[in-house]
Design a protein around this ligand. Structure first.
Ligand code: AP5
Ligand code: MG
Length: 216
């Protein structure tokens, strides 16, 4: 039975950080819609050019583009056993599309861990985040510093600060989350698969709470 897990929560709640841990522990692909868009921007693809106009303002990329991109990702064979989804779905229309996509190969969303944290925490985390150029590994200047400043521990690639982590863009992204993505909390709660996680705890404690829910 394939295992599909959707990580839900506001910008900076720790979705990417926990997705990395889960993907490694369960040997499942980590599918981050934001990372795929950033990869396309780096390669200057048609999708990347379009997505950048929305991402730089902290707006969501339109559903049709996002759904088509995720469909393409799901067409690859590594997704048949399951996946850790980070940043997708982000609207009810995307969640409906995901349900249809997964049913195509006999899968469904099993669990939706929903990370909570205060706005101050989110802003502090995003202001200090450093991401690796090569593979998107995530660090924080205080909460999860790399061994060597400015260099990824895992692949030696340089670390950079995301354009959309500027304070004013972060505040807008939090508003966008509340108006367009937060409806998914009820969407998945109604299906009985939402699991609220206190995302304000240290990284290892969040991971332990998550593992307690997953390995029952
Ligand atoms: P995306 O890349 O998905 O960004 P996001 O959802 O805004 O979330 P973040 O990546 O900022 O935060 P995170 O929860 O992953 O936190 P992280 O683990 O890094 O999307 C970017 C943009 O792409 C969107 O604005 C939109 O334009 C577009 N997009 C993407 N998907 C889309 C979709 N489906 N539809 C439409 N548009 C889409 O942690 C943050 C920092 O905190 C790090 O420094 C980390 O080290 C630190 N940290 C993490 N956990 C802890 C902890 N427990 N304690 C202390 N520090 C912690
Ligand atoms: Mg992320």
């Amino acid at each position: 039975m394939p295992t599909y897990i959707v990580l839900l929560g506001p910008p900076g709640a720790g979705k990417g950080t926990q997705a990395e841990i889960l993907a490694e522990r369960f040997s499942l692909p980590h599918i981050s819609s934001g990372d795929i868009f950033r990869e396309n921007i780096k390669k200057n693809t048609e999708l990347g050019v379009l997505a950048q106009t929305f991402m730089s303002k902290g707006e969501l990329v339109p559903d049709d583009l996002t759904i088509a991109m995720i469909k393409e990702r799901f067409s690859r064979p590594d997704c048949v056993r399951g996946a850790i989804l980070d940043g997708f779905p982000r609207t009810p229309a995307q969640a409906d599309a995901l349900e249809v996509m997964l049913s195509g190969f006999g899968g469904k969303v099993e669990l939706v861990p929903f990370f909570t944290a205060t706005d101050e925490t989110l802003i502090e985390r995003l202001a200090g985040r450093w991401t690796c150029r090569a593979n998107g590994h995530i660090f924080h200047v205080r909460f999860n510093p790399p061994i060597k400043e400015g260099v990824c521990d895992f692949d030696d690639s340089p670390l950079f600060q995301r354009d959309d982590d500027k304070a004013e863009t972060v505040i807008h992204r939090i508003h966008v989350y509340r108006s367009q993505t937060a409806p998914l909390i009820e969407y998945y709660r109604k299906r009985g698969i939402l699991a609220e996680i206190n995302g304000s705890q240290p990284i290892e404690d969040v991971a332990a709470q998550l593992m307690g829910i997953l390995v029952k």
